[in-house]
Ligand binder design. Structure first.
Ligand code: FMN
Length: 369
């Protein structure tokens, strides 16, 4: 087998010493009744830590704002739920792992009708659930400030509890990304308009979080071109636009960018002639560490298995991945579905025990193994 050793070299993320380049991708599991992660959630993450995952990014966990969440089985990151998180953290650390919560506000992706408090309208920059589809009034300045403050409080709590950093969920069409994208942000005030205006909300969140946690604490920002409702959407079309988008976020205090793509091997700007993916371009333009993601260790890329279906776990694309890491295109690699199917994925891959890898099936989502 080919040389995968670059995936198993240490890396310094801010002040954090990671033992290897493998990160658990954030994955919503909806198995935290009453918004609180229980012992099964703690055991689930600890299993991945024991299996050799260098850094765990938790499922999205919602900030303290009345319409941040859509479901009482999504863990919250405030109030009583923090006790549950304390136990998760203790177990992961005891297993030798590192862990950051992914802080989340769903924005207009929250469906009020099926949410814990259906009487409250959802919150978004222009009240749009998708381009042209207005459900409610745009957020007022006070609402925007409340949400910024809620992210900062959650980050401060994460630090106080002893988490190893935080990731801000600025991807996939949720609140922060609803501000980023012109399709859901039609504002003409300081929170909208050009790239700089649409990036302002994310910048303010990063600034407030940075103020709350100080200079050293790792703050990762996850972002994506694609949206849950439309995989073809792009926030930026050229390296120049990407630079305009990233620069203010980097200046606001992001430690690393987590660039969410569906296939890590996709060249982001083929016309440029550079064979870099989104994480590669983001690192080149900001000089900051980046995390890549998307179908790592999966043979049938770009598909989401539903109940009963399987996606073949494979090592076919790992050589390409290890080469990109060795070259320094990007620094870290998040693994999602392959790690759900194989809690010990990093260890098995490192030891070359490829025939022990199990296929990913949509059924894996039913239980928290
Ligand atoms: C069940 C499931 C839940 C997910 N939940 C989240 C989430 O809460 N936050 C997030 O940023 N991405 C989420 N994602 C996306 C993953 O983090 C990851 O980017 C995606 O699965 C691609 O990686 P993979 O091909 O290795 O699975 C989720 C993906 C899956 C399969």
């Amino acid at each position: 087998m080919t040389d995968l050793s670059s995936l198993f070299t240490p890396f310094k993320l801010g002040n954090l010493e990671l033992p290897n380049r493998i990160v658990m991708a954030p994955m919503t599991r909806c198995q935290s009744p009453d918004y609180t992660p229980g012992p099964d959630v703690a055991a689930y993450y600890a299993r991945r830590a024991k299996g050799g995952t260098g850094l765990i990014i938790t499922e999205g966990t919602t900030v303290d704002h009345p319409v941040a969440t859509a479901n009482d089985t999504i863990p919250a990151f405030h109030g009583r739920a923090l006790e549950g998180w304390k136990a998760v953290l203790a177990e992961v650390h005891a297993a030798g792992g590192l862990i950051m919560p992914q802080l989340w506000h769903l924005g207009m992706a929250r469906n009020p009708a099926t949410s814990p408090d259906p009487s409250l309208p959802s919150a978004g920059p222009s009240g749009l659930v998708s381009p042209g589809k207005r459900m409610t009034e745009p957020m007022r300045d006070e609402d925007i400030q409340d949400v910024v403050d809620a992210f900062a409080r959650a980050a401060a709590d994460a630090q106080t509890l002893g988490f190893d950093g935080v990731e801000l969920h600025g991807a996939h069409g949720y609140l922060i990304d609803q501000f980023f994208w012109v399709g859901t942000n039609e504002r003409t005030d300081i929170w909208g308009g050009d790239h700089v205006g649409r990036t302002r909300f994310g910048v303010e969140v990063v600034r407030a979080v940075r103020r709350a946690v100080g200079k050293e604490f790792p703050v990762v920002l996850r972002w994506s071109q694609w949206k849950m409702g439309d995989y073809a959407v792009r926030l930026v079309e050229t390296p120049r636009e990407l630079e305009q988008f990233l620069q203010p976020l980097a200046a606001a205090g992001v430690t690393a960018f987590h660039c969410s793509t569906r296939r890590f091997w996709d060249t982001e700007f083929p016309d440029s002639g550079a064979e870099l993916n989104l994480a590669g371009w983001t690192k080149r333009l900001t000089g900051l560490p980046t995390i890549s993601v998307g179908s790592v260790g999966l043979s049938k890329a770009d598909e989401v298995a539903t109940r009963g279906e399987k996606i073949n776990v494979s090592v076919a694309n790992l050589e390409l991945l290890a080469t990109a890491v060795a070259r320094g295109d990007f620094d870290l690699v998040a693994v999602g579905r392959a790690l759900l199917a194989n809690p010990e994925w990093p260890m098995l891959v490192r030891e070359g025990r490829f025939d022990e890898l199990v296929d990913y099936s949509g059924d894996a989502l039913a239980t928290l193994y």
